[in-house]
Design a protein around this ligand. Structure first.
Ligand SMILES: C[S@@+](CC[C@H](N)C(=O)[O-])C[C@H]1O[C@@H](n2cnc3c(N)ncnc32)[C@H](O)[C@@H]1O
Length: 227
């Protein structure tokens, strides 16, 4: 099994401290919503982000959208060999059932995630996406067996075509869900390895796609269990 974790993602509701900012009030009013019930989005709320710590990297639901589309549409997921998780800067953890159909349309995706933040699960009956609060990356990783690799520009140069066949069991791949900077979580301590795929900086969804395809092509099938 492969688990992909988008870690320290910049996905959050508008913080109360900037709820009164004109940029936030305008976008909430246009949607007929209260300011703190909408997702923080740097493309709409850029002026307000100057007033929060690390505002230059926050408010990126688009990164999460791209990541979950790549994961849930992948062949590895269709074969039932993928777990898709999004962990956020506030230690919220979103778990996606493999059969979840994510809206291609970004506006509809934002509405779905806002509903998830309001209700904790969507849809109401037989939920496909769940939200758990206060779960740090260490606790997320503790749920999974096998090796855990964090992916980062500054990691050890690694060719997945040779590294993945050497895996003995499961793999948890941790990819950053932020536009720039480094992980906020201590991934070098939490993961077995920190690996780089290329000398150039890559987008989170590009790294996810590389891992998904390499895992499909090069992971050894699990050995049959003894009766
Ligand atoms: C837009 S990048 C964040 C940039 C940041 N400079 C970094 O890599 O630490 C989003 C994520 O993609 C992954 N990533 C980016 N470039 C990578 C590379 N060359 N090799 C492996 N992973 C990479 C990392 O997980 C990173 O957190």
């Amino acid at each position: 099994m492969l688990t992909l974790v988008l870690a320290d993602s910049e996905l959050e509701l508008v913080p109360p401290s900037i709820a009164g900012h004109p940029a936030i009030r305008t976008s909430a009013r246009k949607r007929g919503r209260s300011p703190t019930s909408i997702l923080l989005d740097s493309s709409l709320h850029h002026p307000a982000l100057k007033g929060v710590p690390e505002g230059e990297r926050r408010g990126r639901p688009d990164l999460v959208h791209g990541f979950v589309l790549i994961c849930l549409d992948s062949i590895v997921n269709q074969e039932g060999r993928l777990t898709t998780i999004v962990h956020t800067r506030h230690d919220d953890v979103l778990r996606f059932a493999p059969q979840t159909r994510i809206p291609r349309n970004y506006t509809r995706f934002v509405g779905l995630i806002e509903e998830l933040f309001a209700k904790g699960r969507v849809p109401d009956d037989d939920p496909l996406i769940t939200l758990e609060r206060g779960v740090d990356l260490k606790a997320v990783l503790a749920s999974y067996e096998g090796r855990s690799w964090a992916f980062a520009e500054g990691g050890a140069a690694t060719d997945l075509r040779t590294a993945i066949p050497r895996l003995k069991g499961e793999l948890t791949a941790v990819i950053g869900g932020f536009p720039h900077g480094t992980f906020r979580s201590p991934v070098a301590d939490l993961c077995d390895r920190v690996v780089s795929l290329h000398a150039n900086p890559l987008k989170a969804w590009t790294v996810a796609a590389e891992v998904l395809v390499a895992y499909r092509l090069f992971a050894k099938p699990p050995s049959p269990t003894k009766a």
